[in-house]
Design a protein around this ligand. Structure first.
Ligand code: MN
Length: 217
């Protein structure tokens, strides 16, 4: 496991005296029973998007997916890489204050574990973080809403802001009748709340961060 700290950009973009997002300085968790975790958040920022995150090497590798994941293998969803996020971000749900980076409401739309099934051209297993660097990863999700095989493939750029990837459901499973989630109606997999309810709670001054009982279970 790489020891290098890849959270520098994440921390540079945020003022942790003004946002309740985790600073990621805590112990690196062991995931869910040893299996790596994934999370998909809906983020009502300057533009509505989904944030798709896969645990690898102690951080969450992250992509912003404007339309969200589809379970129809014919849909190719643009995914723009974003900075690595700390592992405890997988529980983050709440509001990011006005004026801060990414200001707006966030819900955890789906979460669970994944199995990395990335292979190189000769059929040998490729660790997820290495696959991300090479530009292709393949994985099987076990979430509340998302199930089965997906892949993320770089289609443009190599490193940096102009990189573009595609998130695609792998063929072999039948698509549901509702391949695309409606972000404004979607409910949190953790709390059952909608984005509007998260915003209302924040305006009412209630604690806006869902606290996980995972630590005690
Ligand atoms: Mn986001």
């Amino acid at each position: 496991m790489a020891d290098r700290d890849t959270l520098g950009e994440y921390r540079r973009r945020r003022d942790f005296t003004r946002t309740r997002e985790p600073a990621g300085r805590g112990a690196k968790g062991a995931g869910h029973g040893g299996e790596p975790s994934f999370v998909v958040q809906i983020h009502d920022a300057s533009s509505m998007h989904f944030d798709f995150r896969l645990e690898a090497d102690g951080v969450l590798k992250s992509w912003a997916v404007p339309k969200g994941p589809s379970d129809d293998p014919h849909d190719k969803r643009l995914a723009m890489p974003t900075e690595d996020h700390p592992l405890d971000y997988r529980d983050f749900e709440g509001t990011i204050a006005e004026g801060e980076y990414g200001a707006g409401a966030v819900i955890v739309w789906d979460e669970g574990t994944y199995e990395n099934v990335t292979r190189d051209r000769r059929g040998r297993p490729v660790p997820l973080a290495e696959g991300v660097e090479r530009g292709h990863v393949s994985f099987r999700l076990a979430g509340h809403k998302l199930h089965g095989g997906y892949s993320l493939t770089r289609i443009r750029g190599s490193e940096g802001d102009r990189e573009a990837w595609l998130l695609v459901k792998r063929a072999g499973t039948r698509a549901s009748r509702h391949p695309t989630p409606d972000p404004r109606r979607a409910r949190s997999a953790l709390s059952g709340r909608t984005l509007a309810q998260i915003r209302e709670a924040a305006q009412a001054g209630e604690a806006d961060t869902w606290s996980s009982d995972r630590a005690s279970s």
